[in-house]
Ligand binder design. Structure first.
Ligand code: SAM
Length: 417
């Protein structure tokens, strides 16, 4: 097998797993296991590019196909179109796509069609930018349109298509690290790198000077202000981004997570960054130790705010689990409130774009709990249009367009009377 065919074959397997079996890329590690590290990275990059651009590739393909072929074939064609559009040598791409299709009984009959169609793509690099942006699937587009309106959706889709830079949360002296790594110091204190390559090869990784965390994901803990010496419970902690922020800011932290495997990642991250926290495996709904000054509830959610990093999500999921997640978030809020010390604060956040997992969740909690109030955050870097009426912050991928965007997030600090 040629060098180029191996990652292309693996990328196609990933695309089929996402679009046919509805698995997330994070659940497909086994498909990449036989590849060496550079091939694995290349296959992942290809799959991500194609998932991001699938709608645009389909638009280009449509006039060249009498009817839509089976999904495996469509995925192979998408792979070819996106690679050629992004500047790969068309001849090599076409040969490999034809070989991949010819290799399987189920798709072999389509190899000549792929050959004929992809050979028409020589001017794809020139045409690509003129084709309409890929759209989110309707299960997500509908509720988002209702919440934020059409022009916001278009802006979010543009941000999703652009993808995401690499953001770091730095333990100390972010400005110096931004300079050292050739990155940008963001207004909120995160360091942003345009293109990172291999993260573990960057300066400061081995010494634990920073960890990877989107700028939006780093914001909730910053809203808590000075937490030195406070007893802090991170109820859904893994992989530990917020635990590390709390520990680095001087809180005494307990990090809880349901998943033992994911809690292992918290331990690894703490060890690398030489930060201290007690790690506990358990269910947030059953955790009974109270008296916390601060509780962070970064609740399980639809993760729809992370689509620019995870373009597999809209295709692998269909929104069916969101009702259960909303119910779980409400029960977690109610239970967390019982664990606070008098005057303690609950920081609720989700990486969701859906108000039902953010603003509406907080409005409902305020109705259920008399005396509960939202503390409007005061940090100087907060922009006016981030504030939502109930007192929380709404972040969206289309914000900070000139800086490279941010993940979608919702956050609110609650104080019980
Ligand atoms: C959004 S992630 C948390 C990200 C983390 N706070 C960070 O900043 O790195 C949600 C986490 O909730 C955990 N989780 C889900 N259900 C849980 C439960 N009932 N109790 C505790 N943790 C739970 C998941 O295992 C997952 O690690």
């Amino acid at each position: 097998m040629t060098d180029s065919l191996i990652p292309r074959r693996a990328a196609l397997a990933l695309l089929n797993a996402v679009t046919i079996e509805h698995r997330l890329l994070s659940e497909c590690a086994a498909l990449l296991a036989p590849l060496d590290a550079p091939q694995r990275a290349r296959a992942q990059r290809l799959a991500l590019s194609v998932l991001r651009a699938a709608g645009r590739a389909d638009r280009w393909l449509k006039p060249h196909l009498k009817k839509r072929p089976p999904v495996q074939v469509q995925n192979a064609l998408r792979l070819g179109v996106v690679e050629i559009a992004e500047g790969a040598a068309p001849h090599g791409v076409v040969n490999d796509i034809v070989a991949l299709l010819a290799d399987s009984k189920r798709t072999a009959a389509f190899a000549p069609l792929a050959n004929a169609v992809l050979r028409k793509g020589a001017d794809l690099p020139q045409q690509w930018g003129k084709l309409a942006l890929p759209q989110l699937p309707e299960w997500l587009r509908g509720p988002l349109r209702e919440a934020w309106g059409n022009s916001a959706i278009n802006a979010m889709e543009r941000a999703h298509f652009r993808g995401a830079p690499l953001d770091l949360t730095v333990k100390a002296d972010a400005a110096a690290w931004a300079e050292k790594l050739g990155g940008l110091l963001l207004p909120t204190g995160s360091v942003r790198l345009a293109s990172a390559g291999q993260v573990s090869a960057l300066a400061g990784y081995d010494t634990g000077a920073w960890w990877v965390q989107d700028a939006a994901a780093a914001l909730p803990v910053k809203l808590l202000g000075d937490v030195r010496g406070l007893r802090a419970l991170d109820l859904c902690a893994a992989p530990g981004g917020k635990t590390m922020q709390l520990a680095n800011a001087g809180a005494q932290v307990t990090a809880l997570d349901l998943s033992a495997g994911r809690l292992g990642r918290v331990a690894e991250n703490l060890a690398r960054t030489q930060l201290q926290a007690e790690a506990v495996q358990g269910d947030a709904l059953e955790f009974a130790t109270g008296g916390w000054d601060v509780i962070v509830l970064d609740a399980p959610c639809s993760a729809t705010g992370t689509i620019r990093r995870h373009p597999d999500l809209p295709q692998a999921r269909d929104g069916a689990e969101i009702g259960d997640l909303i119910d779980l978030q409400a029960r977690m809020i109610d239970h967390a409130l019982t664990l606070l010390a008098p005057g303690g604060r609950l920081l609720f956040c989700t990486c969701s774009l859906l108000p039902d997992e953010g603003e509406v969740q907080i409005e409902a909690a305020l109705e259920r709990h008399l005396g509960l109030r939202v503390e409007a955050p005061t940090a100087p870097f907060i922009e006016d249009d981030w504030r939502s009426p109930e007192g929380g912050l709404r972040l969206r991928p289309d914000y900070w367009p000139s800086l490279g965007g941010m993940d979608g997030f919702y956050m609110a600090v609650l104080r019980a009377s």
